[in-house]
Design a protein around this ligand. Structure first.
Ligand code: NAD
Length: 353
């Protein structure tokens, strides 16, 4: 039996829209990029040059019966209106992150899609990142014992990129840009409700939106996570750092350089000798003796069954559950709202989320 081909049309053919076309979907057997619509003429030209049909308007794209799937890759403030129109036109929809700026907008989309046969899925692609799937392996399979502290960071030194990312009304700022990825990974990994959130935002570069943030999220199961995004970091800290009851793990970067160090519980290790540290003497902070720990390479990333677009087709054809569930994205959206509230009030906010 020949497999059905799905035509995908891209609304917003900028950086990420064209990344879907050139990389993510380049060799996809069943999802073919068919057309584009962008409000900027030069991006329409780029779409035509790449061999796609350029639609004069969003309405023209939505009324084309050959379009099966619409990908929304515009700035964040217009995701909702495009999504609702596309669903009303009978299309399946993939929406870039952050799905919307406010959780009520996502609820409107979910209400719209609820009684239809269509699928609405958010592109939380960083659930497939190898560094994340490695820390998830460490967490799920107790490679350092019971994890009680996780630190997840991305650091850059190039400030906020582009144009609309500087504008609050467009949904700019780093919480809504990178924060959405890191927080989604955390919620996907830790199977427990959140009990409290504290956050602070940075405005070092003088924009109306945050150029970075730090948040501390405490889960009901006792795990405490620090998530940090920075765009003014000329020296970067590791991508992941995790502490467990039996050891510590570090993942330095997206290429999965790192290690695990485990305490050798059965070995009677010699007590570390005091060392001179600065102007003082310390035994507490002296490195453990050689026999007290063992260093291991990082484990393999865990395998996720299907990639994003394969899963989308499985969901459309009712063979699988969505890998990125709208309810999960709604929880993420609510978390981000509380994060902003905490930063605004400079308070720890207690929740059951
Ligand atoms: P971009 O500025 O490069 O591209 C956005 C494009 O949308 C531009 O070409 C612009 O002309 C067009 N546009 C603006 N308003 C429009 C409208 N109403 N109708 C049609 N076209 C419109 O931005 P980008 O970096 O590609 O980001 C786009 C989306 O993708 C954002 O939601 C962003 O958060 C997301 N994104 C996701 C990832 C990821 O890893 N998942 C990475 C980058 C960006």
């Amino acid at each position: 039996m020949t497999e059905k081909i799905y035509n995908l049309a891209i609304v917003g053919y900028g950086g990420m829209g064209s990344y879907h076309a050139h990389y993510i979907l380049k060799d996809h057997k069943q999802v073919k990029v068919y057309g584009v619509y962008d409000s900027k003429p030069n991006r329409m030209d780029a779409g035509m040059k790449d061999g796609y049909k350029a639609f004069d308007s969003l309405d023209a794209l939505l009324s084309d019966e050959f379009v099966d799937i619409v990908l929304i890759a515009t700035p964040n403030d217009v995701h909702k209106e495009i999504a609702i129109k596309a669903i009303a036109a009978g299309k399946h929809v993939v929406c870039e992150k952050p799905v919307t700026i406010h959780s009520e907008e996502l609820i409107e989309i979910m209400d719209t899609v609820k009684n239809t046969d269509q699928v609405f899925m958010v592109h939380q692609n960083r659930r497939w990142d190898e560094d994340f799937l490695t820390i998830k392996n460490i967490y799920d399979n107790r490679k350092i014992g019971e994890v009680f502290q996780i630190e997840s960071r991305v650091h850059g030194a190039n400030g906020i990129p582009g144009d609309w990312r500087h504008v609050k009304g467009n949904g700019g700022g780093m919480v809504l840009d990178w924060g959405v990825h890191l927080l989604d990974q955390l919620l996907f990994m830790i199977d427990s409700k959140i009990s409290s959130i504290y956050a602070n935002l940075s405005f070092i570069l003088g924009n109306e939106v945050d150029d970075g943030f730090q948040t501390i999220i405490t889960f009901e199961n006792g795990v405490r996570a620090l998530v940090e995004v920075g765009t003014t970091n000329f020296i970067t800290l590791p991508r992941w750092y995790a502490k467990g009851t039996e050891g510590t793990a570090v993942i330095e970067d997206w290429s999965n350089n790192g290690k695990i160090v485990i305490q050798n519980r059965d070995v009677v290790a010699s007590v570390p000798k005091p060392i001179k540290a600065g102007q003082g003497l310390t035994k507490t902070m002296a490195p453990p003796s050689g026999e007290a720990t063992t260093t291991y390479p990082l484990p393999e990333p865990i395998e996720l069954n299907e990639h994003f677009y394969d899963n989308l087709l499985s969901v459309i054809e009712k063979r699988q559950e969505p890998f990125v569930k709208n309810e999960e994205v709604l929880r993420l959206s609510k978390l981000i709202e509380i994060l902003f509230e905490s930063a605004e009030k400079n308070e720890i906010i207690k929740v059951s989320l």
